[in-house]
Design a protein around this ligand. Structure first.
Ligand code: LLP
Length: 381
């Protein structure tokens, strides 16, 4: 079990997110070691976690950042990411968001439709600016992940369909205030096998060849994010296998010496460094089950309720060696407010602290105030 600073935890108001900054640093080192190629550029997908302390550390490590809203661009700039390393993605960018991004001279817009290209052209023309554009292509690849987080299938709302790419490319080429720099892809999230990434490389190679024949060369290829983490073994696998991941692109993408590859990793960078720490309010005996009712709920960590995700649950203060089987649930008025069914824990009592592990990605950032609850706090080491 992780070495949690229990004394500090006991003094803090629960529930809160604990970020292990030392693990975050080691994870960032591993990313940089594995993506050492001159033409590899790693961006952090800030949607995974925009906690100011976390993103400051990531910007200090020299990564770029992938944003999907004006709010994320503002948070990124505040954390010290240079505008020249900000890419702006999203299927429904607002006019004022595009305006803000143009004013800040961000690196690139990842564009998802022709109407969006038209709007950026119009707005950039008014400002006498030229916007860098990567067209997001929907590569129609099944990432074999939860259907809510698979994004590269033909029926998803994301990107431009392969058949319509030509018109989007032509539109860029004839627009004086757009500079087409490349293509953008993202096939899904929490992908734990390398096969879908290999398929993606093949798809990209095919597109590069086709467009080369038409006289169009892409300077940059953005392959998105998606590398998964080991939710069942956070202590055994605290750092994802970045080596194999980057190796796939190194070995399978057929690029010329000037082409750049961009990555947008979210979960794999921050997932394992975060835990949701919550206090046991009651242990309740049902007819057939025992419930541990904690003070965190789906408002603090929605992943189990929304994606049927399982996070390892640990009682970090009980010293009892006997165990019991419990359903671990929150206090929200929804049956889906349940963190774990039939969890084996040391005998648990009111006041014990529970850690819900691997919660650094899509945890704190997706918290809500449903039931007029407070947002969770934050503690770091
Ligand atoms: N790039 C794009 C265009 C994306 O849409 C995403 C994630 C990423 C990069 C980063 O993907 P990652 O490396 O984190 O897999 N809330 C869900 C995950 C949603 C992912 C949305 N897009 C969850 O809790 O599992």
């Amino acid at each position: 079990m992780s070495n949690f600073p229990i004394k500090e935890f006991e003094a803090a108001a629960t529930p809160f997110y604990f970020y292990d900054m030392e693990l975050l640093r080691r994870t960032l080192d591993a990313v940089k070691d594995s993506a050492h190629d001159d033409n590899f550029h790693v961006h952090y997908a800030i949607k995974a976690n925009a906690n100011p302390l976390v993103i400051k550390k990531i910007s200090e490590a020299g990564l770029g950042v992938d944003c999907v809203s004006e709010g994320e661009i503002r948070a990124a700039l505040k954390a010290g990411f240079p505008a020249s390393k900000i890419v702006f993605a999203g299927v429904g960018k607002g006019d004022s968001e595009i305006d803000y991004a143009l004013d800040n001279d961000i690196e690139c817009f990842n564009v998802e439709s022709i109407p969006e290209l038209q709007l950026i052209q119009e707005m950039a023309a008014v400002k006498c600016k030229v916007a860098n554009i990567a067209i997001r292509v929907n590569p129609d690849i099944d990432a074999h992940t939860h259907h809510y987080i698979t994004t590269g299938l033909e029926e998803n709302k994301f990107g431009v369909a392969l058949d319509m790419l030509r018109s989007a490319v032509d539109y860029c080429l004839k627009s004086p205030n757009l500079r087409l720099v490349g293509l953008h892809f993202h096939i899904g999230s929490q992908i734990t096998v390398m096969e879908p990434f290999k398929l993606l490389c093949e798809r990209i190679n095919g597109l590069i060849d086709t467009y080369k024949k038409l006289g169009v060369e892409f300077q940059s290829i953005n392959v998105g994010g998606g590398l998964g983490i080991d939710y069942e073994d956070p202590d055994g696998q605290p750092i994802p296998d970045f080596k194999s991941y980057f190796e796939v692109f190194r070995n399978n993408l057929r690029l010329d010496s000037t082409q750049q590859v961009h990555f947008e990793l979210g979960r794999s960078i921050v997932g394992q460094c975060g835990s949701l720490i919550t206090k046991v309010r009651y242990v309740k005996e049902g007819l057939k089950k025992k419930f541990v009712i904690v003070d965190a709920g789906m408002t603090d960590l929605i992943r189990p309720a929304l994606y049927q995700a399982h996070h390892v649950i640990q009682n970090i203060t009980s010293t009892d060696i006997a165990t019991e089987t419990y359903d671990v649930v929150g206090p929200i008025c929804e049956s889906s407010d349940c963190f774990g069914v039939e969890e084996t824990l040391p005998v648990t009592k009111r006041g014990d602290l529970i850690a819900i592990r691997s919660a650094g990605a899509y945890g704190e950032i997706m918290a809500s105030q449903y039931n007029c609850r407070n947002l969770p706090g934050c503690v770091t080491n």
